[in-house]
Design a protein. Sequence first.
Length: 132
Amino acid sequence: MKAFIDEFKSFAMKGNVVDLAVAVVLGVAFGKVVSSLVADIIMPVVGILLGGISFSGLQYQLGDAMITYGTFIQAVVDFAIVALALFVVVKAINKAQEVSKDTSSEEEEKPEEPSEEVKLLREIRDGLVRRY
């Protein structure tokens, strides 16, 4: 049992697992910020532009069931904003990685300047080849 617990500790403390946990926590916090942005800022403005409609109050009574499609519309807008934000972040990261690869490939493509000794040895070799 101790070996199992030690193995689990080793697994849980690996960098990838910790990074993933941090990403999940940040993602949840980011989702709350975006939900607040949509619910408290964007949707009221959209409602005013559409003639004072409050999306949170849009609902339809179907028998005993209440269909609150306004909440669904708000969730779709939440999703669209989160998707747009993630797209922009991923695009920026990809661009930064491309720039990093370009600079590293330029450094790799430039051959090193040979030392003076190598130049001298080449001259001697070329001179010998011409004589014989």
